[in-house]
Design a protein around this ligand. Structure first.
Ligand code: CU
Length: 228
């Protein structure tokens, strides 16, 4: 009888303790105040991403993690975030040709998907960083891909609130990035298993909606009126 009770106790112990050990993860929630260059709070913060980073907090993604379509002569989203190693699908849903390229030398191979229409192409991002994407045909087309070192990130809601689930416990930083801010900002955050910690962040958008840029070969767009 005693031995049986002991055995049962062991099982209960294992059932309760082991999951806690395996899932040593917490949640980071909070509020972003996104301002414009006049210091006024912006109404929509949903182009921003929050992410956790720090020494050794490195994960890899695989397969297609998100899509960034081209439609009505623009990218349908101003920003996309993925974990390093994952790919993005770039469907062209217009009946006209588009191109997708980045001038960043950090991307290997260089990101240039050529000209295509009514079809799709993918690109795998292996290097963390922020990459501005343009179309070699239409100068107003711009988007951004934020490639992060791990899976602990989330898109900010329009009202500035955010929630990042399944964050590894430890002492990390929380970063906040906007496609129109000059640089991300960050704050330290201590993540505890099974707990929700809160962080308040602030960021200011100072860059124009469409940054000045050239075509992929360094030429200006000026003489391209013959394109649709
Ligand atoms: Cu285009």
């Amino acid at each position: 009888m005693l031995r049986k009770t002991f055995k049962t106790s062991i099982w209960i112990f294992l059932l309760i303790i082991l999951p806690l050990e395996l899932w040593a993860e917490g949640t980071v929630t909070g509020q972003l105040t996104l301002k414009n260059s006049w210091g006024k709070q912006k109404k929509d913060a949903s182009n921003c991403f929050v992410y956790i980073f720090g020494k050794d907090y490195v994960e890899k993604g695989e397969g297609i993690a998100d899509e960034l379509p081209q439609q009505k002569k623009n990218f349908t989203k101003r920003s996309v975030a993925i974990v390093q190693g994952a790919s993005i699908d770039f469907p062209n849903r217009d009946p006209i040709y588009h191109n997708v390229f980045s001038s960043s030398a950090k991307l290997d191979p260089r990101l240039d998907l050529g000209h295509y229409k009514k079809s799709t192409k993918q690109y795998q991002f292996n290097q963390p960083g922020n990459y501005q994407l343009f179309c070699n045909i239409h100068p107003n087309m711009v988007s951004n891909v934020l490639v992060l070192p791990n899976k602990a990130f989330a898109r900010v809601k329009p009202d500035g609130s955010f929630r990042i689930e399944n964050v590894r416990d430890g002492d990390w930083f929380i970063g906040v990035w906007s496609p129109s801010a000059k640089a991300p900002s960050k704050a330290p955050v201590k993540v505890l298993p099974g707990k929700v910690v809160s962080a308040n962040l602030e960021l200011t958008d100072r860059l124009p909606e469409v940054p000045e840029h050239t075509k992929k070969d360094g030429e200006s767009y000026e003489n391209d009126n013959d394109y649709p």
